[in-house]
Ligand binder design. Structure first.
Ligand SMILES: C[S@@+](CC[C@H](N)C(=O)[O-])C[C@H]1O[C@@H](n2cnc3c(N)ncnc32)[C@H](O)[C@@H]1O
Length: 232
């Protein structure tokens, strides 16, 4: 990073990994955060550039929670009812499971399918999988909307500074699922707040094309959003 008079000049569209995007967000918005709760730890992919190995001022302690602890989350928990005390961490982070039908992964059988990341194609990450934890994952767009509302209530309760929500407006059931707009709607209704910022991440991971796709009906989603809320 090149500082110009102390100004880092980090743009709102970011090519890079999830870990790099998360680091940018903490650098700009939560440089003094100490304790962080990652409510959808997965494999801890958010913390490749930060976390306990980071140096001050970004020395943060991450508590990893997930309904499925096979990726080494420390606490098994449902993000709708988080077993952490009120105002017990500085920042809460949420990266919800994807909504996909069972056939999609089997069709190609490749690990790096069109979601672009190996982690994202793990069975436990989406509702179409056969793993036990998928039962609690959102089954459709409306489920995801409601689950997001519940987790936002929990994030406001447990976090002192703010929260980060990562997601995409993916095509589900033939139409875009405008998840980021739903988040903004929830934020208005719950807290009377706008996001303080958004970061758009373009992942470097390879993108495969489903052989069943013959015609393009929507622009390909190559990017993910990080919506940042700060309470003060
Ligand atoms: C997209 S992944 C998160 C990936 C993670 N950020 C990473 O980088 O490794 C979504 C995660 O949500 C978890 N999950 C699904 N339903 C859940 C629930 N009701 N409560 C808590 N975690 C849940 C899944 O087990 C999965 O690990």
């Amino acid at each position: 990073m090149v500082l110009i008079n102390g100004y880092a000049n980090i743009g709102s569209v970011r090519h890079g990994t999830t870990g790099e995007a998360i680091k940018d967000i903490f650098d700009i918005h939560f440089p003094n955060a100490g304790g962080v709760a990652d409510l959808t730890w997965g494999k801890g992919g958010f913390w490749s550039k930060l976390g306990s190995s980071g140096l001050p001022p970004n020395y943060i302690q991450v508590i990893g929670l997930d309904i499925d602890v096979s990726g080494k989350a420390q606490i098994k928990s449902d993000y709708r009812l988080v077993p952490l005390q009120t105002q017990s961490v500085d920042v809460a982070v949420f990266d919800p499971p994807f909504i996909f039908t069972p056939g999609i992964r089997g069709l190609v059988g490749a690990k790096r399918f069109f979601l672009g990341s190996e982690a994202a194609t793990d069975g436990r990450f989406y509702s179409g999988s056969k793993s036990d934890s998928r039962i609690l994952a959102p089954r459709n767009a409306e489920d995801l909307r409601v689950q997001t509302l519940l987790v936002m209530i929990e994030m406001r309760r447990i976090a002192r500074m703010g929260c980060i929500l990562k997601g995409q407006n993916l095509i589900t059931s033939k139409h875009p699922n405008w998840w980021t707009y739903q988040v903004i709607d929830h934020g208005h209704k719950l807290w009377g707040l706008e996001p303080e910022d958004e970061l758009i991440q373009i992942s470097p991971a390879a993108r495969m094309v489903d052989p069943r796709w013959k015609r393009q009906y929507h622009f390909r989603r190559h990017h993910a959003y990080y919506l940042v809320y700060k309470w003060d």
